[in-house]
Write a protein that binds this ligand. Structure first.
Ligand SMILES: Cc1ncc(COP(=O)(O)O)c(C=O)c1O
Length: 404
């Protein structure tokens, strides 16, 4: 095991789990990552020293206010945004529904929205729901051979001048990444409001919302070593005008206007700890943002090395069919496959007996799996890599798949 990964693993107490005498190997990152001690400690300290509701005159409430604002600033640094452009919620799906309901108030029957068939349903369902108002939902198709977004079709659908464009930055099922800067540039040219699902992208690559030029971007802290908290970035100029559904006493100002009810304070405090923990992997001085960039590069290097081995070895197995672009493409280290003789559920169950945790099914990328014709057969097997995975674990996984 390299010293880098050994040092990373030292921070994750949950990695010590055993299954039938085997050490657990967590290849389920795209469904949610493990959590480092620093995050657990932050959540514990919130409960011990600051547990209260917001805006009270007393110590714990004041601490809560200060911690929420500090967490907002940290998440803003993570995404390259301003703190008042960062809203928290239960999860990405719930925030995206709040966003679609609000944007829906600005749309008229006959207006168009563009979504994709690559995306997780969380970036489709909230927009499809607006069809009830007479909004027309356009769907950019996938390219089946490569399991990537059909960018040319997407490009052409932009000629229909959709008012909203909702697109994912990385597929949580097969790891493919579209050329989003190019697509968003054209979306802006036709005057669309752009919404990016960065849930699967955020754990693997640094994000700069200003450079990307999107209006809204969503991600989820539990996919990058944090607790179950959803995050919404809204570009100030447009977020300010967003007619959200809110309670009368709730603040009008951004970002509070979309944050309904009491938030998950301990989770939000844990989220900033997760981001600081990622930054600590850089092992160097500098601003938080510089550290984050260097740390994400180190994570990507590690994950890419493991991914290359996984891909090549699985490619050589006669019973295995791989989906999505190969290791030379810009992609996340998320590998989808099917087995010629076993269903995905059977494969996952057999591997689980040996402590190898992989996902099976459609992972809510339901339309993609249907388009690939895999729904009836139980979808896909999905292996996700995280910085705490080791080459030994990859070897164990490959051996167990060979032995199926
Ligand atoms: C790409 C993608 N988008 C959206 C979601 C939904 O996120 P949440 O569970 O925070 O609602 C997921 C969750 O798996 C995802 O992978």
């Amino acid at each position: 095991m390299s010293t880098w990964v050994a040092e990373v693993r030292r921070h994750f107490p949950s990695l010590n789990l055993k299954v039938n005498g085997y050490p657990a190997a967590f290849f389920d990152g795209p469904g949610g990552t493990q959590v480092p001690e620093a995050v657990l400690e932050a959540m514990r300290s919130y409960f011990l020293e600051a547990n209260a509701n917001t805006h009270g005159a007393f110590l714990t409430s004041r601490r809560t206010d200060a911690m929420l604002e500090e967490a907002r600033a940290t998440v803003a640094t993570f995404l390259g945004a301003h703190p008042h452009e960062i809203a928290f919620g239960a999860n990405m799906t719930t925030l995206n529904y709040a966003l679609s309901r609000a944007l829906g108030r600005l749309l008229n029957p006959g207006d168009k929205i563009l979504i994709t068939d690559m995306d997780h349903e969380a970036n489709r369902g909230p927009w499809l729901a607006l069809a009830e108002k007479g909004v027309e939902v356009l769907r950019a198709p996938i390219r089946r051979e490569t399991v990537t977004l059909d960018e040319e079709a997407f490009w052409q659908l932009l000629d229909e001048k959709p008012r909203v464009v909702a697109v994912g930055w990385a597929s949580n099922a097969v790891g493919s990444i579209p050329d989003l800067p190019r697509l968003l540039k054209k979306a802006r040219e036709v005057g669309a409001i752009t919404v990016v699902d960065a849930v699967h992208y955020a754990p693997h690559y640094p994000i700069d919302v200003k450079e990307l030029g999107c209006d809204f971007l969503l991600c989820s802290a539990y996919k990058f070593f944090g607790p179950h908290v959803g995050i919404l970035y809204g570009r100030e100029a447009i977020f300010r005008e967003l007619p959200t559904y809110k309670l009368r006493p709730q603040e009008e100002a951004i970002p509070y206007r979309i944050e309904t009810g009491t938030l998950n304070h301990e989770g939000i405090w844990g989220t900033q700890a997760a981001i600081r923990w990622i930054a600590s992997l850089s092992g160097r001085e500098g601003s938080l943002r510089e550290q984050l960039r260097a740390a994400m590069e180190a994570i990507a290097r590690h994950e890419e090395a493991l991914f290359g081995v996984l891909w090549r070895e699985l490619m050589g197995m006669a019973d295995i069919r791989l989906y999505g672009p190969g290791p030379d493409a810009r992609r996340t280290p998320t590998l989808a496959f099917t087995h010629a003789r076993y269903t995905p559920a059977e494969v996952a169950a057999r591997l689980a007996e040996k402590g190898l945790f992989i996902w099976d099914g459609d992972f809510y990328a339901t339309t993609l799996v249907e388009e690939l014709g895999l729904k009836e057969g139980g979808g896909l097997c999905r292996i996700g890599l995280a910085p705490y995975n080791t080459m030994d674990e990859v070897d164990r996984l490959l051996q167990a798949i060979r032995e199926l």
